[in-house]
Design a protein around this ligand. Structure first.
Ligand code: SAM
Length: 276
């Protein structure tokens, strides 16, 4: 089993820990397209590494970042010189510089600025306000971009570029419904929407009605799919998921997540993977 590839961008709900579980559950000959309507950090696509892919997300910044890697305008070299320069300014000016970059990004949407903010914001919480502006505060570590950290990020960018090189991958900013309409026989869909009622931001509002429409859309697909959703935690079970997919195989995977710094704040969460 190959090592898990870690992407250069982080987002809430990133599936890095579940990659072996997801990879083992994909039963597909690879002849059609790998389709993800909620591609997020792209960690799943990068680990499946299909020849042909259609990867969508409502968040234009994630899509633009990967399209820039494909186009060669964001490379490991451009990222290194950018983070060395901006990291030195951060060390000198502290939070003032973080907010300068944040304002600049909110005006221009630049992908290098996005990566900088993504890797220097508070708790890695990538959040956009009602106007679609990035509003996470600074992580309060002015020395964030040390040489080893910059090298780690550059390697992640290089790895993503290497995986996509020579492959037919299309990144699009679209609502999930538009992407699902594109599916054909022989494709394979991996769906990882936001969790209803959990943390949401401008690009990730998700209601029970959205969940119901997606469930119906998945059941009507002309190809196989995997659907990631939470199954249960300490407090409750996702009854709607189990009811909606009672005729399907539902695999589960448990892990711990931290709500704070101490061991007692560790909570267990069981994730589901519906196999369709
Ligand atoms: C749970 S995350 C996906 C995580 C991804 N599998 C990963 O491991 O990084 C959900 C994603 O859905 C996107 N999203 C939210 N609402 C959407 C919509 N209506 N259509 C398409 N994408 C949407 C969000 O921007 C977010 O990137």
């Amino acid at each position: 089993m190959s090592a898990v590839q870690v992407p250069p961008l982080k987002i809430q709900g990133i599936k890095t820990k579940a990659i072996p579980f997801i990879r083992d559950s994909v039963d597909w000959d690879g002849a059609g397209r790998w389709i993800e309507p909620f591609v997020g950090s792209a960690v799943v696509a990068l680990n499946i590494a299909p020849k042909c892919a259609l990867l969508g997300d409502a968040n234009p910044h994630l899509v633009r970042f990967y399209a820039a890697i494909q186009a060669g305008t964001v490379t490991s070299a451009t990222v290194r010189s950018f983070l060395e320069r901006e990291g030195a300014r951060l060390q000198e000016d502290g939070q003032e510089h973080f907010y300068r970059v944040r304002d600049r990004f909110n005006d221009s949407g630049d992908s290098h600025d996005f990566l900088f903010l993504n890797r220097a914001c508070f708790n890695g919480l990538v959040r956009f306000n009602r106007k679609g502006r990035f509003n996470t505060p600074f992580c309060r570590k002015p020395e964030r971009f040390r040489p080893a950290y910059i090298t780690k990020i550059c390697n992640q960018v290089q790895r993503a570029a290497d995986i996509m090189a020579g492959k037919d991958w299309k990144f699009v900013c679209a609502d999930w419904g538009e992407i699902l309409r594109e599916t054909r026989e022989g494709d394979f869909v991996y769906c990882d929407p936001p969790y209803a009622g959990r943390f949401t931001d401008y690009f990730s509002s998700w209601t029970d009605k959205d969940a119901e429409q997606l469930e119906n859309g998945l059941k009507a697909l002309p190809c196989s799919f995997l659907y990631s959703m939470w199954s249960e935690n300490k407090y409750r079970r996702n009854d709607r998921l189990h009811e909606a997919f009672s005729d399907y195989e539902i695999k589960t995977f448990s892990h711990f997540y931290h709500l704070g710094s101490t061991e007692s704040l560790r909570n267990s969460m069981t994730e589901a993977l519906v196999v369709g």
